[in-house]
Design a protein around this ligand. Structure first.
Ligand SMILES: CC/C=C\C/C=C\CCCC/C=C/C(=O)SCCNC(=O)CCNC(=O)[C@H](O)C(C)(C)COP(=O)(O)OP(=O)(O)OC[C@H]1O[C@@H](n2cnc3c(N)ncnc32)[C@H](O)[C@@H]1OP(=O)(O)O
Length: 303
């Protein structure tokens, strides 16, 4: 009951983002720990913590949906709203995206959103996923992913839609698109993003095998731009950000758009068909069974 009303609330907010601003902490600012002036005030929502630094024009956005930052409908909605809020505030030129959950950047799709759910819910969920990708992939802001944990599937989608990726050097923090191992298929726009990042042959191999790359291999294949000791992820992300912000915004933004628009337009042209494909695919009995089995395996793995 509570979950259903939460979902309805999030869905309403996706259509009318400002609806979420009422009655939640989103849009409310509070002093950051140890902070004083305006530049050190933070805002956010239940699942996304934003630490803005007005002086540098950079905000740190932390995913906070424990235990593993699975992309629930609520998290997707709150991410879109937080990003939109920063984009509309001309003070900000860059965002560092990171995790507030230990050892996991983002576990990808929240499988409970597509297991045992009706087609209408799966459609609503998938539209929210498309929206987040479109928003991040085409964002006018510089987005740097500070990947401080495991980054499979949907987590990798978020990282790939950023302009630059810094990964913590921990063999447990693997990154990649492992969909095939769950018996599901990456949609074409995700495949395109992979190809745009690591090239056709490497994508062909990695997608079919469902490869999750440990840091050194992720660096070698070009999936991430830097691998650094865990305690240097944040500072390296800030240095990367400075490098990107040294370029005049208009020139960088137009160039980004030139590089990415065709890929995004492909989804924009067939958004409804992509949603229908997704729904009819995940609602098949056989796919539901394999997703259930995968979730069960994850649950049993514990302890
Ligand atoms: C025609 C084609 C049309 C359409 C195509 C169809 C589909 C499109 C696919 C779209 C692309 C995206 C796909 C995805 O993102 S699928 C999700 C893939 N994710 C994973 O495989 C990651 C699974 N999780 C893990 O490997 C580990 O949890 C992780 C992240 C390494 C962390 O490990 P650890 O810290 O040890 O934590 P636990 O494993 O113990 O997990 C804690 C707790 O969280 C639950 N959980 C984990 N991941 C998910 C998840 N993705 N969704 C929901 N729940 C998750 C886990 O079960 C535990 O729960 P518990 O109740 O036991 O506490």
């Amino acid at each position: 009951m509570a979950l259903a009303s939460g979902v309805r609330f999030a869905a309403r907010a996706l259509l009318r983002p400002w609806a979420l601003l009422r009655g939640t902490t989103l849009g409310r600012t509070e002093p950051a720990a140890g902070g004083g002036g305006d530049g050190a005030r933070r805002f956010g929502s239940q699942r996304v913590l934003v630490e803005p630094d007005a002086a540098s024009g950079v905000a740190v956005m932390k995913l906070r949906n424990p235990p593993v930052n699975a992309l629930s409908l609520e998290l997707l909605t709150e991410l879109v709203i937080s990003l939109e809020k920063l984009e509309n505030d001309k003070t900000f030129r860059g965002v560092i995206l990171t995790s507030d959950c230990p050892r996991v950047f983002c576990a990808g799709l929240d499988l409970t959103e597509i297991c045992g759910r009706n087609p209408a819910h799966c459609a609503e969920y998938w539209k929210a996923m498309q929206e987040l990708w479109l928003r991040t992939y085409l964002s006018s802001l510089v987005l740097v992913a500070a990947i401080n944990g495991a980054c499979p599937a949907g987590g990798c989608i978020i990282a790939l839609s950023c302009d630059c990726r810094v990964l913590a050097d921990n063999p447990k923090y693997r990154i990649g698109l492992n969909e095939t191992l769950l018996g599901i298929i990456a949609p074409f726009w995700l495949k395109d993003t992979y190809v745009n990042t690591i090239g056709h042959r490497a994508s062909e191999q990695a997608l079919q095998l469902g490869s999750l790359f440990p840091p050194a291999e992720a660096l070698q294949v070009g999936l991430v731009d830097q691998v650094v000791p865990e305690d240097q992820v944040q500072s390296t992300a800030l240095s990367e950000m400075a490098r990107w912000l040294a370029v005049p915004d208009h020139a960088r933004q137009l160039t980004k758009n030139m590089m990415r628009k065709a890929t995004a337009d492909r989804l924009l042209r067939q958004r409804d068909a992509d949603t229908q494909n997704f729904v009819s695919f995940v609602c098949r009995d056989s796919i539901q069974k394999s997703l259930q089995a995968y979730l069960e395996k994850l649950r049993q793995r514990k302890g």
